[in-house]
Design a protein around this ligand. Structure first.
Ligand SMILES: [Zn+2]
Length: 404
C-alpha cells in the first residue's frame, strides 16, 4: 500500500493526512471564493475580477499536527512569468536572505561547491549562495526570467522548468528549496524526487524552508491562508514528513519573526535508519488546543477588520495598504465586499501598475502616496513596519501606520 497517496476523493468525514496518512482529520475552517493565484498580476481591474477562485477547506491532523486544504485541486495551478512573488526588493528581506545564505555556507562549508535550488523564483537566493561562497548554482523554476534586472552571473544558471526526476543528474552538495513544499499536494512526491537526485551522494545537505504553520494557527497570521498553499507545516509535521521519506533531520529553526520554518536534513544511509515508525513525535498540546479554537479566532479577526474599515470610511479616512504579496491580496479579497481601499503599495517595480487578483485594487509605487495623501497605511507584514514607517517619513507623510 502506498501511504503517500491519500485518496483526494476522501469523504469529508474521513480525510486522511497528506503527511502521515492518519484518518479522520478534524475540519478547521472553510473559506470560499479565494483567488487561485494570489501572486498573479493583472493588467486591468476588469481582468483581475475574472481571476479564477477556489475553496480552502482546512483540516488538522491530530497525530502529526499538519494542516492542509482538502479541497485543493493541483490541476488548477500553473506558474508562469506573470507569477510575481519576489520579496527581494525589501532591504529587510534581502538582509534576511543573505544572512540565511551565509549561515548555510558557514555551517556546511559551502565553498566552491555545487548547489541546486528547486523553485528558485527569480533566482535571488541562489545568486547570494553562489556569490557569497564562490559556489556554482543551478536553479529550477518555470517562472524565471532571464536577466530581468540587468545582472548576470557566470556561475549561475536556471532551467525554466519544474524540478522532476528527469533532472536527477544534477547532483549537488546542497539542494535547497524554499517556499515550494507547501504548494505540493503530497509532500512525499517532491522529497522522493530529491532522494533520487541525491542517489548515493549521502553527504549532500538538503535545506527546505516553508511558512511556519504555527504562525498562522497560534499567532493568527491568517492572511497567509492562500489557495496556492495547500499545506501548512508545523515543526512536527515537517520533521515527520522528512523522516517518513528516508531523511535524517539535522535541525529545524524558526526564522523571520516566527513566520518561516527551516529544516536541514540528509538522506539516511540505510532503510533501517529511516524507519519512521520509531519516529518520536513530540506532543504539542498547545497546538491542538489552538487548532480547536482557530475558526472562532479567525472569524473574530476578520470581523474586527471589517468593522475597522467601515469606521474609517464613516470618518472619511483614506486608507492605503502596503505590501502586494500574498498577505495583502488575501486581506483585500476577504474584505472586498467593503471596498474601502483603492490602492495597494509595493516597492517591487514589476508589480506597480498591475491589479490585484479578485478584488482588483491597483498596485502603485510608494511615491504615489505623496499625491494620494492617505490618512492610514495598513502594513500587511509587521516585520516591515519600521522600513515602511521610514519611507513614509522620508516622503513627508503623516499617515498613521498600522499593522494588520
Ligand atoms: Zn498527519
Amino acid at each position: 500500500m502506498n501511504n503517500n497517496r491519500a485518496d483526494a476523493s476522501n469523504s469529508e468525514s474521513n480525510t486522511r493526512c497528506v503527511v502521515c496518512d492518519t484518518p479522520n482529520c478534524t475540519p478547521l475552517l472553510k473559506i470560499n471564493d479565494i483567488p487561485i493565484h494570489c501572486n498573479r498580476l493583472w493588467s486591468s481591474k476588469e481582468s483581475a475580477a475574472s481571476a479564477s477562485t477556489g475553496t480552502m477547506d482546512l483540516v488538522f491532523c491530530n497525530h502529526c499536527g499538519h494542516v492542509f486544504n482538502r479541497d485543493f485541486d493541483p490541476s488548477k495551478m500553473d506558474y508562469d512569468p506573470d507569477y510575481e512573488n519576489s520579496l527581494h526588493y525589501s532591504p529587510r528581506f534581502q538582509e534576511y536572505a543573505d544572512n540565511l545564505a551565509q549561515g548555510l555556507i558557514d555551517k556546511f562549508s559551502l565553498h566552491n561547491k555545487d548547489i541546486v535550488e528547486i523553485g528558485c523564483g527569480k533566482g535571488d537566493f541562489l545568486k547570494s549562495l553562489c556569490k557569497l561562497g564562490q559556489n556554482t548554482g543551478v536553479g529550477f523554476d518555470p517562472s524565471f526570467e532571464d536577466n530581468r534586472d540587468g545582472q548576470s552571473q557566470e556561475n549561475f544558471s536556471v532551467v525554466k522548468d519544474f524540478y522532476s526526476d528527469k533532472y536527477s543528474s544534477y547532483g549537488a552538495d546542497l539542494i535547497c528549496c524554499r517556499h515550494v513544499l507547501e504548494h505540493i499536494q503530497y509532500p512525499a512526491t517532491l522529497l522522493n524526487t530529491v532522494k533520487k537526485a541525491i542517489g548515493d551522494r549521502l553527504e549532500s545537505i538538503v535545506f527546505f524552508e516553508v511558512p511556519d504553520g504555527a504562525f498562522t494557527l497560534k499567532d493568527m497570521g491568517i492572511w497567509d491562508l492562500i489557495y496556492e498553499h495547500c499545506s501548512y507545516f508545523t515543526r512536527n509535521s515537517l520533521s515527520y514528513t522528512f523522516s517518513k521519506n528516508g531523511y535524517q533531520v539535522l535541525g529545524q529553526e524558526s526564522s523571520f519573526g516566527g513566520q518561516f520554518l527551516g529544516i536541514e536534513a540528509k538522506l539516511c544511509a540505510s532503510t533501517q535508519d529511516s524507519d519512521y515508525t520509531n519516529f518520536n513525535l513530540p506532543k504539542d498540546a498547545e497546538l491542538n488546543n489552538t487548532a480547536s479554537k482557530f475558526a472562532t479566532n479567525y472569524q473574530e479577526k476578520v470581523s474586527h477588520w471589517k468593522k475597522q474599515l467601515a469606521d474609517y470610511t464613516n470618518a472619511s479616512k483614506k486608507v492605503a495598504l502596503w505590501g502586494a504579496g500574498s498577505k495583502g491580496v488575501t486581506f483585500l479579497n476577504v474584505m472586498k465586499a467593503f471596498g474601502q481601499i483603492e490602492y495597494i503599495v509595493d516597492i517591487n517595480p514589476h508589480k506597480q501598475g498591475r491589479f490585484v487578483a479578485g478584488s482588483g485594487q491597483q498596485i502603485v509605487g510608494p511615491e504615489f502616496l505623496k499625491e494620494y495623501q492617505p490618512d492610514i497605511v495598513l502594513v500587511m507584514n509587521p516585520i516591515y513596519q519600521k522600513e515602511i514607517q521610514a519611507s513614509l517619513e522620508k516622503m513627508g507623510l503623516n499617515a498613521i501606520c498600522q499593522s494588520v
